[in-house]
Design a protein around this ligand. Structure first.
Ligand code: ADP
Ligand code: MG
Length: 141
């Protein structure tokens, strides 16, 4: 497997619950390293641009509203197979279907307020990391 860099966002519900540290600890314990991070409140334009792939979906408006409802903690995570590993640690999109012990099973309340975002492929990881961390060394993406 290759060393990859993926984008992780701790969504407003997770930041409101004061569990940034608990969630980051799970990434670290699994061998992922935080190589860039920022805590900030996204603008509507940023949230719409970040989730543009979902713009035709019925849940898009609610998703954008939720993502701008408070600050988010955005990180680039690096490690062996980081993209799939992060997705495994997150669990299924709907926390009711997320496997026990996953981040969404333990910290998420609903499919809207589901605690975390994670890139889902090599291509989206590259684009999403660049969206938030344009100066992060390209060789390691
Ligand atoms: P994931 O975040 O697991 O990659 P998707 O990329 O399919 O999931 O969707 C992006 C986000 O949009 C989800 O994390 C969730 O917050 C929201 N979402 C997805 N599907 C639904 C749905 N059916 N109803 C409400 N919100 C949804
Ligand atoms: Mg997705």
């Amino acid at each position: 497997m290759a060393i990859e860099t993926t984008l992780s966002i701790l969504k407003p519900d997770a930041v409101r619950k004061n569990v940034i540290g608990q969630i980051v600890s799970r990434f670290e314990a699994a061998g992922l390293q935080v190589v860039a991070a920022q805590l900030r409140h996204l603008s509507r334009r940023e949230a719409e641009a970040f989730y543009a792939v979902h713009s035709e979906r019925g849940f898009f408006k609610d998703l954008v509203e939720f993502m701008i409802s408070g600050p988010v903690f955005v990180q680039a995570l690096r490690g062996e197979g980081a993209i799939a590993l992060n997705r495994d640690l997150m669990g299924a999109t709907d926390p009711k279907k997320a496997a026990p012990g996953t981040i969404r099973a333990d910290f998420a309340d609903s499919i809207d307020a589901n605690a975390v975002h994670g890139s889902d492929s090599v291509e989206t990881a590259r684009a999403e990391v660049a969206f938030f961390f344009p100066t992060l060394a390209i060789h390691a993406r």
